[in-house]
Design a protein around this ligand. Sequence first.
Ligand SMILES: [Zn+2]
Length: 238
Amino acid sequence: MTDYQDVFNMLKNHDLSDFTADEEAAVQANIAKMQAVLDNKQVDLLETTINELAASIDAHYMVENDVAITYKKGLIIANKNNCMPSSYAPGESAQAAVAFSQMAADAANEGLSLNDFSTYRSYSGQKSLYDRYVAADGQEAADRYSSRPGCSEHQTGLAFDIGGSNSAAWAETTFDDTEEAIWLANNAYKYGFILRYPPGKESVTGYMYESWHYRYVGDIAKTIYDSGKTLEEYLEVE
Ligand SMILES: [Zn+2]
């Protein structure tokens, strides 16, 4: 129940100000439904109800639904097996941006500089990036460190690539042992971010260790962090 409450807290605070009246009404109806499910402890309805709420929010950011977005516990899953429609364009998450600013301010108080050097990436932006990597390294190598268009977590607007003061180490393995990387690994969950591609989990996440790639999940981050699991393991998805 608390997992669902945590994700619900994030979803119900989504900014609906640029939604149409119909879109907003659909979201509000699903918020009311989810609140009732939680209040009445209708455990068997939690999963479908929260996923419907998440989907009704994301409908605003799509013009077509040719590929279905995958949700589990109301969280969007973007990985090699779960891709998104090319038209899905939510932009950088406002909630994640606020959380990052708070985290960067707290890190600055400890003398550390955090930079979110890459956050939201559109489908077409990811396509040109991936095409460039394939041209340089070949497809097999590129697939280990880059996503195919439509499958990048950066398209969700919830993925933040974070670096320190040395921009030469951004998105490089040289970032791994920096003070900033260690601080992030120990503290990011307090701000709603989880390390998305931890070391030794390539067979689960599909990606090599990325000490800089964090995913915003909101309040549930602490539970996931404490579990020691990857997002795939925690949500039991492949
Ligand atoms: Zn990334």
